[in-house]
Design a protein around this ligand. Structure first.
Ligand code: A3D
Length: 320
């Protein structure tokens, strides 16, 4: 059986890390695509040369032409620019919307059967636009944010409780931004919900609230430390978990930005919700019962995503 093909659109910090992880996990052959000449080729060669040491078999290729992504089984999109000092969210939105148009058309022409994972920010708007421009079925286009936000929450919780991260499960729903919704009542240590752990004296509501806030600003904390860019190790790891669930038909239940058609009272919008990812792409949107506070936060988050889409449609009238 031929190896799967993974196309990474954008060969920057996340793109390069995605390529390394995909190769180490032998998920398939990898094409790194970027508009920058030399960058994808250099990274592909560098990673390929780690193969003999690590012992993985995967072909790696750098490309500047969309023809090289032909027939990809998975496309992971990180193309675009991150926000720089002095740039408004609208500036970023305008630039990355143009990038999504080029990427969407490239995927439509060369990899129309791929499962597409968008990571480019502002996530919830970019994944929606990418789907519009590519014309792919909604279940085959998904956004990565919830896996990363949940991983951050899980890391902080494991640290608080002094237990293995393996035993901490957590859900962060809603949009990827200040309004994201870490759902405390569905977060557990080996099945014991957080509210019970507070009753057991493992932590206090105040400390958990601080962790919730730190999770919400988790990306900003790293930008502040790095100064030259945003997080890339954990975002890439999260994107790979989603790709692996699709390629291996694992049917993992992961929080992702998925297209809603009435679930959670939301229509024709991409918002972070729990979904099952398997060979059929997004096979199921899981509707969990949200308590009043989480429900209100979720709605605030949905409203923020709606505002972004209005801005997108203002920039490109073909999206109306
Ligand atoms: P960076 O290292 O700048 O890489 C972006 C790459 O995109 C660069 O190599 C560019 O040359 C390339 N590029 C620009 N325009 C095009 C184009 N039209 N076609 C192909 N390639 C192009 O950024 P990064 O890898 O650190 O981050 C990538 C994106 O992910 C940014 O938008 C970040 O804001 C976003 N991000 C999202 C999350 C989420 O959780 C959603 C987390 C971290 C970063």
């Amino acid at each position: 059986m031929a190896r799967k093909k993974i196309a990474l659109i954008g060969a920057g910090m996340i793109g390069g890390t995605l390529a390394h992880l995909a190769a180490m996990k032998e998920l398939g052959d990898i094409v790194l695509f970027d508009i920058a000449e030399g960058t994808p080729q250099g990274k592909a060669l560098d990673i390929a040369q780690s193969g003999p040491v690590e012992g993985f078999d995967a072909d790696l290729k750098g490309a500047n032409s969309y023809e090289d992504i032909a027939g990809a089984d998975v496309c992971i999109v990180t193309a675009g620019v991150p926000r720089k000092p002095g740039m408004s969210r609208d500036d970023l939105l305008g630039i990355n919307l143009k990038v999504m148009k080029a990427v969407g058309e490239g995927i439509k022409a060369h990899a129309p059967n791929a499962f597409v994972i968008c990571i480019t920010n502002p996530l919830d708007a970019m994944v929606w636009a990418l789907r519009e421009y590519s014309g792919l079925p909604h279940n085959m286009v998904v956004g990565m944010a919830g896996v990363l936000d949940s991983a951050r929450f899980r890391h902080f919780l494991a640290d608080e409780f002094k237990v293995s991260v393996e035993d901490v499960t957590a859900f962060v729903l809603g949009g990827h931004g200040d309004t994201m919704v870490p759902v405390v009542e569905y977060s557990t240590v080996a099945g014991i919900p957080l509210p019970d752990l507070i009753k057991m004296g493992w932590s206090t509501s105040e400390r958990i609230e601080k962790i919730v806030q730190r999770t919400r600003s988790g990306g900003g904390e790293i930008v502040g430390l790095l100064k030259t860019g945003s997080a890339f190790y954990a975002p890439a790891t999260s994107g790979i978990a989603m790709a692996e669930s699709y390629l291996k038909d694992k049917k993992r239940l992961l929080p992702c930005a998925a297209h809603l058609t009435g679930q959670y009272g939301v229509d024709d919008l991409y918002v972070g919700v729990p979904v099952v990812i398997g060979a059929g792409g997004v096979e199921r949107v899981v509707e969990i019962d949200l308590k009043d506070e989480a429900k209100a936060n979720f709605q605030t988050s949905v409203d923020a995503v709606k505002e972004l889409l209005v801005a997108c449609k203002g920039i490109d009238s073909s999206l109306n």
